[in-house]
Design a protein around this ligand. Structure first.
Ligand code: HEC
Ligand code: HEC
Ligand code: HEC
Ligand code: HEC
Ligand code: HEC
Ligand code: HEC
Ligand code: HEC
Length: 229
């Protein structure tokens, strides 16, 4: 853990991207992209400019964190936060540690993100942009952090309440109906003698999901999305 922390702070991109306040110069995208046409979706309107403010004039950021897909936010983050790409968050964001995480020339703050929290975010963003865990299965549906975490961006130790998951996934009754095994109807992960338990007991957001039942029922065969492959 300690050495990982040092790796992150020693990363050269960080010192090259000093945009910490709206007064500082906004970093250019041309370091990596010769133009925007080559990276924008087909039939996208032409975009003038060379930094993130070029996008924000039409894609007006909102601090609303209601659940739902956010295709622009997903696209702008996904490729850049992959472990092998390393565009630092401040290539686009303004960030005053412990005070605000915002965007240049915009009156928006996503939270009072501290330095430790930012290090955790960077690890989690990389998992979200991957292909294994529950976070990535949601990134595929254009769901970003706020889709699951809502208003306050999470810090270490935080979780997601059942109601937030069910807000998108419908009632437990529907869920039970969808996941009743044909061969052994009583072995339903969503309806058992355990009663109502937290979704995150089995569905882990950013690590391998595990079917809790199997801790006791070693002979049951149950698979879970985002679980061991
Ligand atoms: C350090 C290099 C780097 C910087 C700086 C950078 N990008 Fe990228 N970007 C990439 C790479 C790598 C990809 C993935 C490969 C590709 O599509 O070119 C990418 C992909 C994209 C995509 C396509 C995403 C998708 O899923 O189709 C968009 C849009 C984009 N970048 C916009 C921007 C904008 C806007 C900026 C400036 C705020 C920027 N990039 C700055 C490296 C960078
Ligand atoms: C002149 C206004 C304008 C500007 C500037 C602009 N966009 Fe867009 N963008 C649109 C419109 C209109 C759409 C289609 C409607 C929508 O999905 O919001 C769109 C859609 C998108 C989508 C697809 C969203 C989806 O639904 O799948 C992405 C990704 C995107 N824009 C990225 C960017 C990026 C990156 C920039 C900055 C380099 C940018 N846009 C600048 C107007 C703009
Ligand atoms: C290439 C530009 C770019 C990079 C790099 C980038 N962001 Fe963003 N980020 C944006 C834009 C633009 C928005 C506003 C999206 C919207 O309102 O739809 C945003 C929104 C957010 C949000 C708001 C919530 C959400 O779910 O949409 C968070 C949190 C966030 N970024 C964190 C980060 C962190 C942490 C990093 C570094 C790991 C990072 N961003 C890297 C451009 C970027
Ligand atoms: C599909 C829903 C989902 C999405 C999307 C999601 N999370 Fe989570 N997150 C969870 C769950 C569930 C937990 C509880 C811990 C666990 O089971 O993994 C969690 C825990 C966390 C924690 C506490 C982790 C710890 O180590 O203590 C942080 C921080 C966090 N998430 C940040 C993020 C960020 C940043 C994003 C966006 C890149 C994100 N989450 C997207 C579901 C989600
Ligand atoms: C903002 C809406 C939203 C939220 C919040 C949300 N999900 Fe999802 N989830 C989706 C969508 C959309 C899909 C893909 C379509 C589907 O399977 O319904 C999905 C898919 C899934 C899948 C199946 C993945 C696969 O590829 O088979 C699981 C499991 C899941 N979600 C669990 C959860 C859990 C647990 C939570 C809470 C921690 C949660 N979701 C929160 C929208 C959401
Ligand atoms: C005891 C472990 C466990 C708990 C707790 C749990 N799940 Fe699941 N979940 C599973 C397993 C196992 C599957 C795979 C079932 C299958 O493929 O039939 C699954 C599948 C899902 C799916 C995908 C269903 C589909 O369309 O195939 C969703 C969505 C989901 N769970 C949401 C939730 C939500 C929301 C909660 C909390 C209210 C929750 N789960 C609690 C174990 C659990
Ligand atoms: C803490 C241990 C424990 C956990 C966790 C647990 N069970 Fe059980 N379960 C038992 C015990 C003890 C019995 C009664 C003895 C028996 O028949 O094996 C039982 C009985 C059952 C039975 C009836 C007997 C059988 O083998 O068919 C089913 C079905 C069942 N559990 C399903 C589940 C499901 C589904 C989960 C997860 C949602 C779960 N259990 C989690 C301990 C556990």
């Amino acid at each position: 853990m300690i050495s990982l922390f040092f790796l992150l702070v020693a990363e050269p991109c960080e010192s090259r991207s000093p945009a910490r306040s709206t007064k500082a110069q906004v970093p250019s995208c041309t370091r990596c992209h010769k133009d925007f046409v080559s990276v924008l979706p087909q039939k996208h309107p032409l975009v003038a400019g060379k930094d993130i403010t070029a996008c924000l004039s039409c894609h007006i950021p909102s601090s609303s964190t209601k659940a739902g897909p956010k295709p622009f936010s997903t696209t702008i983050h996904r490729e850049h936060v992959k472990a092998d790409v390393k565009v630092h968050c401040t290539a686009c964001h303004t960030w005053s540690p412990g005070k605000s995480l915002g965007l240049p020339k915009q009156m928006v703050s996503f939270g009072k993100v501290s330095k430790d929290q930012m290090d955790l975010f960077r690890q989690i963003f990389s998992s979200w942009s991957g292909d294994r865990y529950l976070d990535a299965l949601h990134a595929n549906r254009n769901i970003t952090c706020t889709g699951c975490h809502g208003n306050t961006l999470p810090d270490s130790g935080d979780t997601v309440e059942n109601d937030r998951c069910l807000g998108c996934h419908g009632s437990v009754v529907d869920l039970v109906a969808k996941t009743t095994p044909k061969d052994h109807p009583a072995r339903n992960p969503h309806k058992s003698h355990l009663g109502e338990i937290a979704c995150a007991v089995c569905h882990h957001g950013h690590s391998v999901s595990q079917v809790y039942c199997l801790g006791c029922h070693t002979k049951f065969i149950m698979k879970i999305p985002g679980g061991e492959k």
